[in-house]
Design a protein around this ligand. Structure first.
Ligand code: MTE
Ligand code: MO
Length: 380
C-alpha cells in the first residue's frame, strides 16, 4: 500500500479526494493571518513518501554535471536562516466557480480554500547554488531552469532568474509556522517559491538540477498550462503553451455574516465602523503573484452596481516582497444588503480581476480569478 505513510488529518479539512489526499481549508480557517498547519490545504498527486530526516539527502546538480549533497543539518549549519510569510495557491483554486458560472472545467472542484498562508523558515536556494559552485555573478549560458524532484516522483521547475533573484526569496523550507514541516507539506524539506503557482513548490525535495531545460515531468509539460476558451483537450498544443509560473490577482469572500447591535461582541465591531444598526460583516483574502502588493479591495453589496472599499487589515508580513495575502473586512447596514456580495482586488501593477467567467474559461479550469460573487441570506 503506497499510502501507508499518509498521516492522520484534521477532520476540519474538506476532503475532495482521499487517495491521493486533496483537501481544502474550510472557510472558518481562512480567516486567520497564518493558516494553522493542521488545516492548511493539502494537494498531493500521489502518496506521502517515507522520509527519515536523519538520512535525507538533497543533491544539487549543476550544468557541468558537478554534484553536491546536503543533509538538513548541513542546511541549518552552513547557511543563513530566513523567515518569510508567503501564501501558496493551487492553480485550481476556485475551479468550482468556473464550472458553475461558465462550463464544466476538468479537475478537482476546489472552492475558495485551495490557498493558505504560513510563515516559512529555511535557507535561500541561491545560497545553496552558490555553495554548490554556481557563479551567480556570471551565470553559465546553459543555466536556464532550476528543476526540483520530489521523493515520490513529482517534479517541476522554475526559470533560473527567479531561482537566483536576491529578492525572489526562493527557499528550501524546513519549518512552517514555527513547527517542523508536517508530513503532508514536505517533511523534512520543500522548495518554497513565493509569488509563483504552488505547483512549483516541490515537497519532499531530494534533487535540484540546474540546466538548459524545464523539468520533463508531466506536471511541467502536460499540466498547469492555460489555453483559450475555444480549446478543448484534443486541440491543446501543450508544447506551445507556457508553463504557469507567476499568478494573476485574486480575491475571495470567506465569511459573510449578520452582525447584531444586540450582541455585545458584535457591538464592538459595529462601533469601529461607526454603525449603530444591524449589519452584515464580510471578510476574505486578496493576493497577487510575483510579490505584487494588493493596493485596493472593492466590494459591492448589490451585485456590482455600487462599490465601496474594504478595510485592509494590518498583518506582519515578512520577506523581500508582498508574498502573503492581504486580509480584508467590510461592514454594511443590513438594509443595504442586496442578493449578492461581490469582491474584486487591484494589485500594485493595477492588474484587475475579470468580471465574467466564460471569456476566461479554459478546459483545465486553471487560474480562475473572476469576481467572486456570494449570495446573501439573512439569518433572521
Ligand atoms: N510536491 C510534491 N512532491 N508532490 C505533489 O504532489 N503538489 C504540488 C506542490 N508540490 C505536489 C508538490 C501542488 S499542485 C500544490 S498546489 C502544492 O504542492 C500544495 O502544497 P501543500 O499541500 O503544502 O498545500
Ligand atoms: Mo496545485
Amino acid at each position: 500500500d503506497p499510502f501507508k505513510n499518509d498521516p492522520k488529518r484534521d477532520k476540519k479539512l474538506m476532503v475532495l479526494s482521499a487517495r491521493p489526499c486533496n483537501a481544502e481549508s474550510p472557510e472558518e480557517e481562512l480567516g486567520s493571518w497564518c493558516t494553522p498547519n493542521e488545516t492548511f490545504y493539502v494537494r498531493n498527486h500521489m502518496w506521502v513518501p517515507e522520509m527519515g530526516a536523519g538520512n535525507h539527502k538533497l543533491v544539487i546538480e549543476l550544468p557541468d554535471g558537478e554534484e553536491k549533497e546536503y543533509t538538513l543539518e548541513d542546511l541549518k549549519a552552513k547557511f543563513q536562516e530566513v523567515k518569510i510569510t508567503a501564501t501558496l495557491q493551487c492553480s485550481g483554486n476556485r475551479r468550482k466557480h468556473m464550472t458553475q458560472e461558465a462550463r464544466s472545467a476538468n479537475g478537482l472542484q476546489w472552492g475558495v480554500g485551495a490557498i493558505s498562508n504560513a510563515e516559512w523558515k529555511g535557507v535561500r536556494l541561491r545560497d545553496l547554488l552558490a555553495d554548490a559552485g554556481l557563479n551567480l555573478n556570471d551565470l553559465p549560458e546553459d543555466a536556464k531552469h532550476a528543476q526540483f524532484m520530489g521523493a515520490e516522483a513529482y517534479g517541476a521547475s522554475i526559470p533560473i532568474d527567479k531561482a537566483v533573484d536576491k529578492r525572489g526569496d526562493v527557499l528550501l523550507a524546513y519549518e512552517m509556522n514555527g513547527q517542523p514541516l508536517p508530513p503532508d507539506h514536505g517533511y523534512p524539506m520543500r522548495v518554497l517559491v513565493p509569488g509563483t503557482v504552488a505547483a512549483r513548490s516541490v515537497k519532499w525535495v531530494n534533487r535540484i538540477v540546474v540546466g538548459e531545460e524545464e523539468s520533463t515531468s508531466q506536471w511541467q509539460r502536460r499540466d498547469y498550462k492555460c489555453f483559450g476558451p475555444n480549446v478543448c483537450a484534443p486541440q491543446a498544443k501543450w508544447d506551445e503553451a507556457p508553463a504557469i509560473q507567476e499568478m494573476p490577482v485574486q480575491s475571495a469572500i470567506t465569511s459573510l455574516r449578520d452582525i447584531s447591535c444586540h450582541s455585545a461582541t458584535d457591538r464592538k465591531l459595529l462601533q469601529v465602523y461607526g454603525l449603530e444598526e444591524d449589519s452584515v460583516a464580510v471578510e476574505g483574502y486578496a493576493w497577487s503573484g510575483g510579490g505584487r502588493k494588493i493596493v485596493r479591495v472593492d466590494i459591492s453589496a448589490d451585485d456590482g452596481r455600487n462599490w465601496h472599499q474594504a478595510e485592509l487589515l494590518l498583518d506582519e508580513s515578512r520577506g523581500s516582497k508582498a508574498w502573503a495575502w492581504q486580509r480584508w473586512r467590510w461592514l454594511v447596514p443590513r438594509w443595504q444588503a442586496g442578493q449578492y456580495f461581490v469582491v474584486k482586488a487591484i494589485d500594485e501593477a493595477n492588474n484587475v480581476q475579470p468580471a465574467e467567467y466564460e471569456p476566461h474559461w479554459n478546459f483545465r479550469g486553471n487560474l480562475t480569478n473572476s469576481w467572486h460573487r456570494v449570495e446573501y441570506r439573512h439569518m433572521g
